[in-house]
Design a protein. Sequence first.
Length: 286
Amino acid sequence: MRAGFVGLGAMGMHMARNLHRAGLLTTVWNRTPQNSQALAAELDCRVATSLASLAAEVDAVVVCVAADADVLDVVGKLAPSLKAGSLILDCSTVSAQTAQRAAEMVRGSDFLDCPVSGGVEGARDATLVIMAGGDPQAFERSRPILAALGKTITHFGPIGSGQAAKATNQIMCAGIIEAIAEAMAFAHAQGLPLTQLVDTLGKGAGSSWYFVHRAPNMIRESYPAGFKVRLHAKDLGICRDMAARFGVTLPVVERVLDAYNELMARGYGDEDISATYRLKAELFGA
């Protein structure tokens, strides 16, 4: 199967490399040409001159872009040139409704919404968690590609189900990062040795991936982007809208969105979400 990759950001660059290692990647495209040109030179693969030309020469397209409008734009430009029976695997995080609209744009080909979780580390190490929605047979056809990208691959149901699962994950991440930031600010105020604390509590009942991997950011007060504040804010906006369809307001989502809006207003939108610690530390006058 010949695969193309669209969207060579922090996640997509690593994912494309893993497709190359699996012998599947032939062509790449990115809105910023420098990214695609640099990766093509590194991997000795082709740079598509357009999305239409990429669609015409591959059997499957993996998409990893930032926002709902980006997905619809990319799929709209791919769709007319796709070969019959092609696969589009959208690994972006968008709303379930956007996934359904994108699927409707593709005729004679199969669309799967396949959002991922695991951060830049998971993309680099091909250990992503992949949540898929779409036709079961198309999902089975996509397995060689998805297996090159992640370790946990689950089909949740029809189009949009993968995005609903990812939205659930993003709500969990919001609550977890808020709790960790608050706990670490509390521990700092108590004068505890924070490195020892992370090592110890990282093995306890309250631990999580975020605690082990992001509490050290808080100790260093340095927040290199693994998952940017502005991107998680975008995702939580999706969660808010999906909940609103049921007439529901989600307190954790609203609280964390308020924190992210404050961080973005201060110019920290491109920092990792562990920068939430900045605001929690201020509660203690730090």
